[in-house]
Write a protein that binds this ligand. Structure first.
Ligand code: SF4
Length: 263
């Protein structure tokens, strides 16, 4: 699964943990006969996360900023036998690409989105983005952001995603389980991966004390129950109060966009 490309992420960046988790999941799925490697297509957007497509030895595509999801949807429509996985950043997904994200969830396209969530534009050396907390000081907000972030998991639930989960990059065993469940789910799978940017917004200390795995009552197919659980997440970093639940919050089976298309 590895390539000869030199890894250029900052030493210690949790992107590497996401990369290794993914490589292991794909290797195991192939070994267990659940995936043909030639049928996997991996996509990436623009951002630090985007380098991941250089480091995994599968069919891959790197898109323009925020335009990865249309490429993923197009590939899946053209060849429904593909297993389509996309890696995106929070800026790529929730700023430049927000409209594509919402419509992919609404359509229930059978694609898998893994968002490297570090709450900052990292590749451009640290500017606030849609998930940065109010008061966040950055190069573009030197006196602190005056905007509230939004809750991306709420957004995906209300948009129609049929698989909504969150994991923490530092917990590789947990991340692998979530990735495997997402890839084997039929429909739009959304996984928020908390990935602290250790250079421009180091939230490791905050998250290591706050994250916990939800219990066996989940995943639920009850939207209200899923929303209540997700609302435990404190989005007011760093003036936080709550814990940050991890796990698969919501999972339902519905016809996919591609099934409807080919009917
Ligand atoms: Fe990772 Fe941040 Fe460095 Fe980018 S800038 S490679 S997200 S630590």
């Amino acid at each position: 699964m590895a390539t000869k490309s030199k890894i250029t992420w900052c030493p210690g960046c949790p992107n590497s943990q996401i990369l290794v988790s993914f490589r292991q999941v794909v290797t195991e799925l192939v070994q267990n006969g659940l995936l043909k490697i030639e049928n996997m297509a991996a996509f990436a957007g623009i951002g630090c996360h985007g380098k991941i497509s250089d480091y995994i030895n599968v069919n891959s595509f790197t898109s323009l900023h925020g335009r990865m999801i249309p490429a993923m949807t197009g590939a899946k429509c053209a060849n429904p036998s593909l297993t389509v996985v996309g890696f995106s950043g929070d800026g790529d997904s929730y700023d430049e690409g927000l409209e594509h994200l919402i419509h992919a969830a609404k359509r229930n396209s059978d694609i898998n989105l893994f968002v490297h969530d570090n709450r900052v534009f990292a590749l451009t050396t640290g500017q606030f983005n849609a998930l940065s907390p109010k008061g966040f000081k950055s190069k573009s907000t030197p006196f602190g952001s005056i905007e509230e972030p939004f809750n991306s998991l709420f957004l995906m639930l209300s948009a129609g995603a049929t698989f909504v989960a969150r994991t923490y990059a530092g917990d590789m065993a947990g991340t692998k389980k979530i990735m495997q469940a997402a890839i084997t789910h039929k429909g739009f799978s959304y996984v928020d991966i908390i990935q602290p940017c250790i250079t421009f917004f180091d939230t490791r200390d905050y998250f290591k004390d706050k994250v916990y795995w939800i219990g066996e009552d989940f995943p639920t197919n009850d939207l209200k129950v899923a929303m209540e659980k997700i609302s435990e997440n404190a989005e007011d970093l760093p003036a936080q109060a709550g814990k940050v639940p991890l796990g698969i919050f919501y999972k339902v089976d519905k016809p996919t966009f591609e099934e409807e298309l080919y009917k």
